[in-house]
Design a protein around this ligand. Structure first.
Ligand code: PMP
Length: 296
């Protein structure tokens, strides 16, 4: 699914076939989760392809790595070049790019000396829109920022998210919504969250959530469209009263949430602010900021 015999990946400075790539079973990351990653989208824009907000994603990767004492041996600019070459080498355009920084062999709970850098990509279809999601408030909480830096994409942080998603599916829902340690709405397992009420948008303030790049793009678009967005602590009770809600993230863009804990939101997706935002978002991602080409 993620690679075939011809797929090339970038590992520690070399281009190699994915099928020949090897990692140590004694890597600290494998045992303790002290590694970081990012998720980036490349879009076919008719002039080739554009890697959307590559700069922001690779900067976040570097910042995340620092939080777990891993040093990325590449500049943001180097990583952007590697990402463009990766897409070219694999004849992709619409793709999902996954850079991963992981620690070398180390069985003790101290920073590892060796850092590895891996980047791969796989085909990602252009979605006409996602199915509406029936969600539930998870019994799993997003870790407190006092336990682990939640603003970084640390592998270990994803245990709670994976458990929340599994719990939701087991109980017949499509996806989970995690609360933070104070009991406020935090985010989805792999996305940020917004709700609409009386023509305005609301989203959890920063501090207990991953500061998503799609979240900031949505706020930029709202600024352009004069849609008011308020970042604040959101109680589950406020969320239940929303007219509409959506998840947002690099992989899934803007995804319509149709219900929470069995309660349907009032507004139809087609009439919601989220629906308008998705149309503008899908234009924005085409703009080639790196090669300076315009949208076709
Ligand atoms: N929260 C979590 C926990 C995520 O994994 C993601 C996906 N990276 C997001 C939010 C959305 O972030 P972004 O828009 O940068 O993809």
């Amino acid at each position: 699914m993620y690679y075939d015999d011809r797929t090339e990946v970038f590992l520690d400075g070399d281009w190699i076939k994915a099928k020949d790539a090897k990692a140590s079973l004694f890597a600290q990351t494998l045992h303790y989760g002290t590694g970081v990653f990012d998720g980036i989208r490349s879009y076919n824009n008719g002039n080739g392809f554009n890697i959307f907000k590559a700069q922001d994603h690779f900067q976040r990767l570097k910042d995340s790595a620092e939080k777990v004492f891993l040093k990325v041996p590449y500049s943001v600019e180097d990583m952007i070049k590697i990402a463009y070459e990766l897409i070219d080498r694999n004849n992709l355009t619409n793709a999902y790019i996954r850079p991963l920084v992981y620690a070398g062999p180390n069985m003790i709970l101290a920073p590892a000396k060796e850092t590895h850098f891996f980047m791969t990509a796989w085909k990602w279809a252009k979605y006409p829109g996602f199915e509406p999601l029936n969600t539930m408030i998870s019994s799993y909480l997003k870790p407190s920022p006092k336990s682990t830096p939640v603003e970084a994409k640390i592998i270990g942080n994803y245990s709670a998210n994976t458990l929340a998603s599994a719990e939701a599916k087991k109980l017949g829902f499509d996806e989970a919504i995690l609360l933070d340690h104070d009991g406020h709405i935090a985010e989805g397992p792999g996305s940020n969250i917004f709700y609409e009420k009386d023509g305005e948008l609301f989203t959890p303030k920063l501090g207990n959530i991953l500061p998503g790049i799609t979240r900031s793009t949505i706020m930029e678009i709202c600024d352009e469209l004069n849609v008011k967005v308020t970042e604040k602590d959101i109680t589950p009770e406020e969320f239940y009263q929303a007219d509409h809600a959506f998840f947002c993230g690099t992989a899934t863009e803007i995804t319509h949430i149709s219900s929470v804990n069995g309660e349907k939101f009032k507004k139809k997706w087609d009439d919601s602010i989220g629906h308008n935002l998705l149309e503008v978002y899908q234009q924005k991602v085409m703009f080639d900021e790196y090669r300076g080409l315009t949208i076709v």
